[in-house]
Design a protein around this ligand. Structure first.
Ligand SMILES: [Zn+2]
Ligand SMILES: [Zn+2]
Length: 393
């Protein structure tokens, strides 16, 4: 029996093994057979509709896999009673936000309905277009909001990760005075970097100071959790609440995306259904615990054959390090079905596709070991969150 966690990155594992590998009936991968509106056309019902929906804004994972692809970078939304909860700021998320019909009318406004935003971790592909919020938020409706937008993301790693190959001390890092800023420090640095434009808008267009409209918070880990990010960045832990309002309760857990720390998965529970976002992770028992019984699990996935094609052997040390990270800090298509089965979720949605090409058959192995429904994600796909047998629309 294969142990999914034997290559789960730094740190000890507890021997957790999945019981269904090879025994669970595989289902056919549903190659985005929904009736989601085509790219460029707003969804007919928009954010005004009632109930809860998952909306995939961007489905491309990685720093480069979206280049030349029709897919935007990784970003998702949970829409509950007309309020939008955003997860990650991949390349092109703001464009997709409006294309999905999430912007509040009239055209030209937009982010009044964005209630809160969550960042899984601070890798570039998840935050590359966070500056879109910093720069355009005030003119895209944040100024008209009744309440502050909450942005909730990882805090600082606390220390630099060890250099691959063991050459600590020779790396020429940037910003040595604060080399691992968390979400709050990153945001303040962006305000400083873009102060010319932001202050121009404050004075010339009478837009508000973003501090008065956006409330940014680093996620605080539960008291008593002692984590060594170099040894084990995701020790076994119970999910903990990071946000709650009248529409959603959001819980989080650490996942193993070594050497990144902290890296989070998020779960959204609504009155009609639940959805979990894996963030970037190798197969992870904390994620399985967080996702227990969820209606939908949105999980990252990587094609390891694609990695091999990117870095043919013989490899340089740098190529070997990059290939190692891609394979060991992510989840292979052949492993993700067993994760979904262990979590007892009803529907597995593949996103953060690496590579982000258009052939869903590449991901057929994701159905291995999973008895539920598999959907290969694509941009602008709406999936209702309902308690049983959700059907994409
Ligand atoms: Zn990523
Ligand atoms: Zn990442």
């Amino acid at each position: 029996m294969r142990d999914l966690f034997s290559r789960a990155g730094a740190g000890p594992v507890n021997g957790f093994r999945l019981l269904c590998a090879g025994a669970c009936a595989a289902l056919a991968v549903l190659a985005s057979t929904s009736h989601a509106d085509s790219i460029g056309q707003p969804h007919s019902t928009s954010a005004e509709q009632s109930g809860a929906n998952l909306v995939l804004l961007g489905t491309a994972g990685g720093r480069t896999s979206w280049r030349g692809s029709q897919s935007a970078g990784i970003a998702s939304a949970v829409v509950v009673n007309g309020q939008v909860y955003l997860v990650d700021f991949g390349a092109g998320w703001l464009r997709r936000y409006f294309q999905a019909g999430l912007g509040a009318p009239p055209p030209g406004q937009g982010l009044e309905t964005l209630r809160a935003a969550f960042i899984t971790h601070l890798h570039a592909d998840h935050i590359v277009d966070y500056p879109s919020l910093v720069l355009f938020g005030a003119s895209d409706g944040l100024a008209e909001r009744r309440q502050k937008l909450k942005v909730i993301g990882p805090g600082s790693r606390g220390k630099l990760p060890p250099a691959s190959g063991g050459n600590d001390g020779v790396a020429d890092v940037v910003a040595p005075e604060q080399p691992m800023p968390g979400t709050v420090a990153m945001t303040e640095a962006l305000y400083r970097a873009f102060a010319a434009d932001i202050n121009d808008n404050i004075l010339d267009s009478r837009k508000p100071n973003p501090h008065s409209r956006v409330d940014v918070m680093d996620i605080t880990l539960p008291a008593g959790l002692d984590v060594d990010p170099d040894r084990d960045p995701a020790p076994p832990m119970a999910p903990f609440e990071i946000y709650r309002d009248e529409n959603v309760r959001v819980t989080a857990t650490l996942v193993n995306h070594a050497p990144v720390y902290p890296a989070f998965a998020f779960r959204f529970d609504t009155s009609t259904g639940s959805v979990v976002f894996s963030g970037d992770t190798s197969p992870d028992r904390n994620l399985i615990r967080l996702a227990q019984g969820a209606d939908v699990l949105v999980h990252e996935v990587i094609d390891t054959a694609w990695v091999d094609s990117l870095f043919p052997k013989p490899r340089s040390a740098a190529q070997e390090a990059k290939a190692h990270h891609l394979v060991h800090a992510h989840t292979a298509a052949s492993d993700v079905g067993a994760v979904a089965e262990a979590a007892h979720v009803k529907t597995l949605v593949l996103s953060h596709l690496a590579p982000a090409d258009s052939d869903p058959h590449r991901w057929a192995a994701a159905s291995q070991g999973f008895s539920g429904k598999v959907i290969v994600g694509r941009d602008l796909l709406w999936i209702p969150l309902v308690p049983a047998a959700p059907e994409s629309k």
